[in-house]
Design a protein around this ligand. Sequence first.
Ligand SMILES: Cc1cc2nc3c(=O)[nH]c(=O)nc-3n(C[C@H](O)[C@H](O)[C@H](O)COP(=O)(O)O)c2cc1C
Length: 340
Amino acid sequence: MTDPLTDLQVPIVQAPMAGGPSIPALAVAVARAGGLGMLAAGYKTAQAMAEEIRVVAAHTDRFGVNLFVPEQDPSDPANLAAYAQALAPLAAELGIPAPAVGEYTDDDYPAKLDHLVAHPVPLVSFTFGLPSAADVARLRKAGSAVVLNATTAREVTAAAELAPDAIVVQGTEAGGHRATHGQAAEPEDITTTALLTAACELTGIPLVAAGGVASRDAAADLLRRGARAVQVGTLFLTAQETGTKPAHREALLSADGGETVVTRAFSGRAARALRNRFTDRMAGAQVKGYPQVHYMTAPLRAASKDDAQGLNLWAGTGFAACRATTAEDVVAQFRGFSAK
Ligand SMILES: Cc1cc2nc3c(=O)[nH]c(=O)nc-3n(C[C@H](O)[C@H](O)[C@H](O)COP(=O)(O)O)c2cc1C
């Protein structure tokens, strides 16, 4: 297999977006339009991941799979218990039982890795931390390109030590979770441009710039500064082929005058979302507890159904550029850059 990042027709990686938005149809549409499609394995079983791979691989070999590295920093049980109490009034308002403290899970990570080694895909990327050197070696031996995420200069250096095929440098503008290596660290407020510039000084490994890329000009600037490609998430959330919940989609399309906040309230890990009633009410709660908090808020989010005010409306700072369009149209905005 050739590294799909080296022969992209359009230098755009569709961000893997776990929790519903990333579905096979999106990855296939992006690949067909000339970008790199990504599947998000996070929150899924290894079997569900395998099924999605089967669907996409029937159409294209220009795709990759993204895994959540199991959380390395333990959650504090007292902090989780306090947060369960803080959530109780919201649960009562929704007419559901108060949430119990969530369980730790490894997100079926070992089984997913074993599957990807046995049934290789063109590219595997990792977020929330770094895989072991042994796991990187297993994937590369199987023929997959390996891509790591970094959100600070220090994380770029740590990622580069594993000699991956590329590093995604994710700046503070990014929608959804910060890829911070370990939940204990407070995410740095470094922009995508600044992080890319720092990373170019630190390593010659190809870099993919992620966070707030919402226009052709923004992409052109990052490519000129040395990025191999840009990774775009938020703009795809309102594309037809995406599995985004209707309430999330509508909130993005009608969010004029709205703003994003970085919050741990939904999952225990820092993530950027549209500010809403939930983020405001939980703003004072000092919670830090991934993945347990994700499972504690899941019933509240499910009970909120179509009420966007109770949902995790992941969004990057460029959300105002979201349009009800197709994935092909999103990719087309980034056509015509000369290949590096
Ligand atoms: C809804 C949503 C879900 C995301 N889920 C993942 C994920 O599963 N894995 C991952 O590596 N990054 C995930 N991200 C972050 C993206 O990879 C990327 O860094 C970000 O979308 C780029 O910023 P932008 O949203 O401003 O384009 C997610 C982003 C969003 C908006």
